[in-house]
Ligand binder design. Structure first.
Ligand code: ATP
Ligand code: MG
Ligand code: FE
Length: 343
C-alpha cells in the first residue's frame, strides 16, 4: 500500500511517501532559520510555519514520488509527542486528507517512527531489537519486541536530552543553533582526549540504562568560563571534540550493555543526534567488537522527517493494525510505550 506520512512535531514540516518499506518521497520544509536568533524553537513560530508549508510540501512529495493524491491508500500522522500547537497542524491536515480521500488514518508515535524509519534503508527491522533514541527532546534505550505495539523503555535521561546538551554547549561556545551539526564539524578538527569531561551516571551504583547530561554541560561551561576569565583563548575544536566524546562514549557503552543483558543482537540508532559522525563511528567500532549488528539510517532520515511517519504507518497496515479514529488527539506527551493513538 501507498502511505503518506505527515510530521509536524517540532520545527520540520515533513511529508513522506512510502510503498511498504520502499521510500518514494521525503519532502521537508524547516523553520529552523526562523528560530535561530532565539536560540531554540519558538512554538508559535513553528505552528505558523507548518500551516504555510503544509500544502506546498505535500505537493512536492507527490511530485517527487510521481503519484497523485488519489493513489494514496492510507494517511499516517505524528499524533505525539511534540509541541502541542505544531502537532495540531499535522493532525488536522491528516484528518482532512483522510476524510476527503476516504482513506484510513493512522496516528503514530514520533519516537517509534524514529526507530521504524530504518526499514526504508535496511529492510525489515529485526525484532526484538534495541533502539538508542537520541534527539533534541529525548534520550532513551528502548527494547522493541514489536514496533507497532510493544516498545519498552529500559532507561532514559534524568535531565537534559543528548541533543539539548549539544545545543547548549554550542551556545556556550558561541556556535549558534542547532548545535549538533556545528559541534560535529568542529570536533573533527579537535582532540577528543584534550579535556576529561565527566561521564554521567556511569558509576557502579548508577541506573545502568539512564542518562544524565546536565552535569556535563555545566562542566563544559565552567571550563570555558575559567579560560575566558584568565584571558586565554578557548580551544573550540578541542572542547567540542572532548564534549562530544563524553556524550557518545556513555551512549554507546550503555546501548551495548543493554543489548548484552537482554540477549539482543541488533542495535538500532535513531533521532537527530544519531546523525553525529563520531557517534556512528564509535557505535560501529564497539558493536563490531561485541558481535552486535548496528543499524543506523542515513543522517537525513535521523532528523525529523515525514518518511519515518509513513514508514510506521505502512508497518501498521502490513500488520493489519486497526486504523485510528478521527478523534485522535495531538498528544504533546504521548508515552513511548504507545506506538499508535487509537482514539
Ligand atoms: P524529538 O524527536 O525529541 O522531538 P527534535 O524534534 O528536536 O526532537 P530531531 O530532528 O530528532 O528533533 O533532533 C534534533 C536534535 O539533533 C538537535 O538537538 C540537534 O542539535 C541534534 N543533531 C542534529 N544533527 C546532529 C549531529 N550531527 N550531531 C549531534 N547532534 C545532532
Ligand atoms: Mg528539528
Ligand atoms: Fe524527532
Amino acid at each position: 500500500p501507498l502511505v503518506l506520512g505527515i510530521e509536524t512535531s517540532c520545527d520540520e514540516t515533513g511529508i513522506g511517501i512510502v510503498r511498504g518499506t520502499t521510500l518514494l518521497a521525503d519532502a521537508v520544509a524547516s523553520s529552523v532559520d526562523e528560530h535561530a536568533r532565539f536560540g531554540g524553537v519558538v512554538p508559535e513560530v513553528a505552528s505558523r510555519a507548518h500551516l504555510e508549508a503544509m500544502v506546498p510540501t505535500v505537493r512536492r512529495a507527490l511530485a517527487d514520488a510521481g503519484v497523485t493524491m488519489r493513489d494514496i491508500d492510507a494517511i499516517a500522522v505524528t499524533s505525539g509527542p511534540g509541541l502541542a500547537g505544531a502537532l495540531l497542524v499535522g493532525v488536522a491536515a491528516a484528518k482532512g486528507y483522510s476524510v476527503a480521500l476516504d482513506k484510513p488514518l493512522y496516528g503514530v508515535n514520533h519516537l517509534a517512527s524514529h526507530v521504524c524509519v530504518d526499514q526504508l534503508e535496511h529492510g525489515r527491522l529485526p525484532e526484538p531489537c534495541m533502539a538508542l533514541l537520541v534527539s533534541g527532546g529525548h534520550s532513551s534505550l528502548l527494547l522493541v519486541p514489536d514496533i507497532t505495539s510493544d516498545v519498552r523503555p529500559l532507561g532514559s535521561t534524568i535531565d537534559d536530552a543528548a541533543g539539548e546538551a549539544f545545543d547548549k554547549v554550542a551556545r556556550v561556545l558561541g556556535l549558534g543553533f542547532p548545535g549538533g551539526p556545528v559541534i560535529d564539524r568542529w570536533a573533527r578538527e579537535g582532540d577528543r582526549a584534550a579535556i576529561a569531561f565527566p561521564r554521567g551516571l556511569t558509576g557502579p551504583r548508577d541506573a545502568p540504562f539512564d542518562f544524565s547530561f546536565s552535569g556535563l554541560k555545566t562542566s563544559v561551561a565552567r571550563w570555558v568560563e575559567a579560560r575566558q576569565r584568565a584571558g586565554e583563548s578557548v580551544p573550540v575544536a578541542d572542547v567540542a571534540a572532548s564534549f562530544q566524546e563524553a556524550v557518545v562514549d556513555v551512549l554507546t557503552r550503555k546501548a551495548i550493555r543493554a543489548c548484552k543483558e537482554n540477549g539482543v543482537e541488533h542495535l538500532m540508532m535513531g533521532g537527530g543526534v544519531s546523525a553525529n559522525t563520531r557517534l556512528r563511528a564509535l557505535a560501529q567500532e564497539r558493536c563490531d567488537a561485541a558481535g552486535i549488528v548496528l543499524r543506523v539510517p542515513r543522517p537525513g532520515l535521523c532528523t525529523d522527517n515525514g518518511a519515518m511517519v509513513a514508514a510506521l504507518g505502512a508497518e501498521m497496515v502490513a500488520r493489519d493494525r486497526a486504523p485510528s479514529t478521527l478523534s485522535i488527539p495531538a498528544d504533546s506527551s504521548m508515552p513511548v510505550t504507545v506506538s499508535q493513538a487509537v482514539s
